[in-house]
Ligand binder design. Sequence first.
Ligand code: 0GY
Length: 306
Amino acid sequence: MTTSFEKTPGWLDWYAGPSRPAYQLPPGAVDAHCHVFGPGAEFPYAPERKYTPCDASKEQLFALRDHLGFARTVVVQATCHGADNSAMVDALRASGGLARGVATVRPEVTDAQLRELHEAGVRGVRFNFVKRLVDAAPRQDLREVVERIRPYGWHVVVYFEAADLAGLREFLLSIPVPLVVDHMGRPDVAKDPDGPEFEAFLSFLRARPDIWCKVTCPERLSVSGPPALDGERAAYRDVVPFARRVVEEFPDRVLWGTDWPHPNLTDHMPDDGLLVDFLPRIAPTPQLRQRLLVDNPMRLYWPDPH
Ligand code: 0GY
């Protein structure tokens, strides 16, 4: 079967021919946040999707992993595939154990389906609260999903915007499994990293010792922008103080990933090699980078790699 689709108008394809990073990743580094999109002809996009991306296949993802120097990947289910995890699972199965996954499931998921996802390498589910990406799911549905996944030892990845944290905080803290927050809860980096908005986020991270944070997506959060705008390889400088604060206060529960193929960027598409070069600026010592890139993701996704 072939399925034709039209990309969302203005959709930016991922950056072809990324540079080789100047910073060499430590052996065993994990890209803990990236996606596969389709290919749509093989894995059609969900009817309820809010955007139609360009294809971004598992082969292309694994080629980028090797080019940048990552050893392993965590493939996160993107909203354009809804709760049909087949493209993500196909990537996990093709990875030879070098990829783990975060799925989207509905309360009616069967135990057989959960077992199959676990065997393929899924270790978490994602709850997305970003209004432009999904229609809000009833909280009771999310609670039911948590009860279903709990026996597998999975965690919940949550994606929300800074302005929505106050309304979500109590609900999120009531979820009885570890939480992983995407993209630092999307701070407004035009604001003060020591100001009340980011302080509210840090206080959320302090509320439980099992809340992890991805210090990801400078390209998505930055106002100062990429090198083409600020004229230096050291791009996205306004994001640095935010990410660095999190890395330094919570060194044992931070994760990092490329977010390839960077859905929904409208002004520029990052060179993934430059994104890797962002790492020493937010994790300034080799010890911090070892935890961020190797020890932490291994503990969460491959606690028993043998
Ligand atoms: C990301 C960010 C975005 C998209 C999704 O699942 C998704 O569609 O997560 C976004 O548009 O901010 O993490 O990839």
